[in-house]
Design a protein around this ligand. Structure first.
Ligand code: SF4
Length: 89
């Protein structure tokens, strides 16, 4: 299980979630070089501990527990996972 960042994050990138995540598994952060070019933030499914801290602080309600992700945004489960797969290459 993991949490997922869905479509409302696109072009929002508020980063309140980054500040509350206890295991720093939400990237890119504002200090990372890829922050500007990315359109959204991503949760690393391998690192997320399912604490739920990020979900209520998102101002655009973009974050969902994986199983609770609305059907129209379920593709973001793969989007987030793939982003880390590519990043770690
Ligand atoms: Fe980080 Fe917790 Fe959100 Fe997972 S659920 S991304 S560990 S704040």
């Amino acid at each position: 299980m993991t949490y997922v960042i869905a479509e409302p994050c696109i072009n929002t990138k508020d980063t309140a979630c980054v500040d509350v995540c206890p295991v720093d598994c939400i990237h890119p952060t504002k200090n990372e070089p890829d922050f500007e070019k990315e359109t959204k933030l991503y949760i690393d499914p391998d690192e997320c501990i399912d604490c739920g801290a990020c979900e209520p602080v998102c101002p655009v309600e973009a974050i969902f527990e994986e199983a609770a992700t609305p059907d129209k945004w379920k593709n973001f489960i793969q989007v987030d996972a793939d982003w880390y797969k590519n990043r770690k290459k």
